[in-house]
Design a protein around this ligand. Structure first.
Ligand code: PLP
Length: 441
């Protein structure tokens, strides 16, 4: 690179802290990009990995199978929404999106509707960095605009403008218009449920998911949920698709909606009570507790049977599919979620984030503050220009956060036994200090 930004060398990590080569310690406010939900060097995860490496690190997953992958598959089926009974293990989040898109296309091909090969999605989405995934990222601010010429042309629908029911219904109307006109060429609607991550850290009402399910059924289009960022508890429910109107209580300050059901769930006109079950779901990030790269794509029996047709197989087979080390550590991570009170821990993190972040809106540089579950977002009026200075300022405050455009955001390691309220306050104090001292008004 011609002007590389400074990097910080990490010597080790423990609990919720990184230790730099120069001896400084930083509270990790990013969970290694949403992944390290139990923190670093968790004894159960370390042990699972060590035990597995003494048996086998890897074997090919064609013609051979093994207990770690089978157990992981069963656990995912048990934990996820009813109906998602088939699991495809793959390399990463982006690959799990590629797999989901290929599943949708192959499903329509084998069931006699090969014209259904395009995708519809929300603007402001982020689904990964490989070509299929890039094609459904936001075409303008999705980080991939220079690749547009090489990408498949997909169909985009406006995102809800805030987290009210009204905004969700408006977006659903936009989806209906597209489906009415183009359903014959559409394989699936792919969406990040409730929280759009790297495309802008925006929250929207689960009512849109319910409406999307109804519309997809009406127009014979598959529904894909990308839960790579939101899966495994981050939003307050194990999967964001399980958010009901009752549970969906983000803090958005200032709140742009006149009648905001996220603040007053009792005013919900159309309550969502049941989890919305997609046809296909993508998982990654926290799947292995932040230890190793792995993704999973899950589908219903209908999708699997359709793809298989008269004896065919799904046309995807990664070299490291079902990697035993990643599977073993994923099993250990999911076991912690099954056996530990992660919901209580997450609620405590959410309370501190809400209490500490609300007053950030008093600062002139801040446009809006949003909190949902273990996600705290401080949106600025202007993008961070001097990234090196701001990054260093956070390090000086003893905190690891990675600003992104207009966003200063945190998702702490919410299920780490080492995480205390003081850690979370240290993160939010650092945001306040950096906005005050290092960003011009
Ligand atoms: C991170 C992310 C991806 C891509 O996952 P990688 O493991 O980085 O390839 C896809 N979708 C969403 C919603 C993500 O947050």
């Amino acid at each position: 690179m011609t002007e590389p930004l400074p990097t910080y060398a990490v010597r080790r990590a423990q609990g919720v802290e990184l230790e730099l080569e120069d001896g400084r310690t930083l509270v990790e406010g990013m969970s290694s990009w949403w992944a390290a939900l139990h923190g670093f060097r968790h004894p159960a995860l370390d042990a699972a990995l060590k035990e597995q490496v003494d048996k086998m690190a890897h074997v090919m997953f064609g013609g051979l199978t093994h207990e770690p992958a089978a157990t992981l598959g069963k656990m995912l089926v048990d934990m996820s929404m009813p109906g998602l009974d088939k699991v495809f293990l793959c390399d990463s989040g982006s690959v799990s999106v590629e797999v989901a898109m290929k599943m949708a296309v192959q499903f329509w091909f084998t069931t006699g509707k090969p014209a259904k090969s395009k995708f519809v999605t929300l603007r402001n989405g982020y689904h990964g960095d490989t070509f299929g995934a890039m094609s459904v990222c936001d075409p303008v601010n999705g980080m991939h605009s220079m690749f547009q010429g090489s990408l498949a042309k997909q169909v985009f629908v406006d995102t809800p403008s805030d987290c009210s029911e009204a905004a969700a219904l408006e977006a659903a109307a936009g989806l209906r218009a597209v489906l009415e006109e183009r359903h014959e060429e559409l394989a699936a609607f792919i969406v990040e449920p409730v929280v759009q991550g790297a495309g802008g850290m925006r929250f929207y009402s689960p009512l849109l998911l319910k409406k999307a399910r109804e519309l997809c059924d009406e127009f014979d289009v598959l529904l894909i949920f990308d839960e790579i960022a939101t899966g495994f508890g981050r939003t307050g429910t194990l999967f964001a698709a399980e958010q009901s109107t009752e549970q969906f209580k983000p803090m958005c300050t200032p709140c742009p909606a006149e009648v905001c059901t996220c603040r007053h769930p009792e005013q919900a006109q159309e309550p969502v009570s049941e989890p919305v079950v997609p046809d296909i779901i993508c998982l990654g990030k926290a799947l292995t507790g932040g230890y190793m790269t792995m993704g999973a794509t899950m589908a219903t029996d209908r999708i699997s049977q359709g793809i298989s047709g008269t004896g065919g197989v799904f046309m995807h087979g990664p070299t490291f599919m079902g990697n035993p080390l990643a599977s073993a550590v994923a099993i250990a991570s999911l076991s912690l979620l099954v056996n530990e009170p992660w919901g209580m821990r997450l609620a405590a993190v959410e309370d501190v984030l809400k209490a500490e972040m609300e007053s950030l809106t008093d600062l002139a540089q801040v446009k809006q503050v949003r909190v949902l579950g273990g996600i705290g977002v401080c949106e600025l009026h202007e993008p961070v220009k001097d990234m090196a200075r701001v990054q260093n300022a956070f390090v000086e405050q003893g905190v690891w956060l990675r600003p992104f455009g207009k966003l200063l955001y945190t998702m702490p390691c919410f299920n780490s036994p080492a995480l205390t309220d003081e850690h979370v306050v240290k993160i939010t104090d650092a945001i306040r200090a950096v906005v005050t001292n290092d960003l011009a008004e």
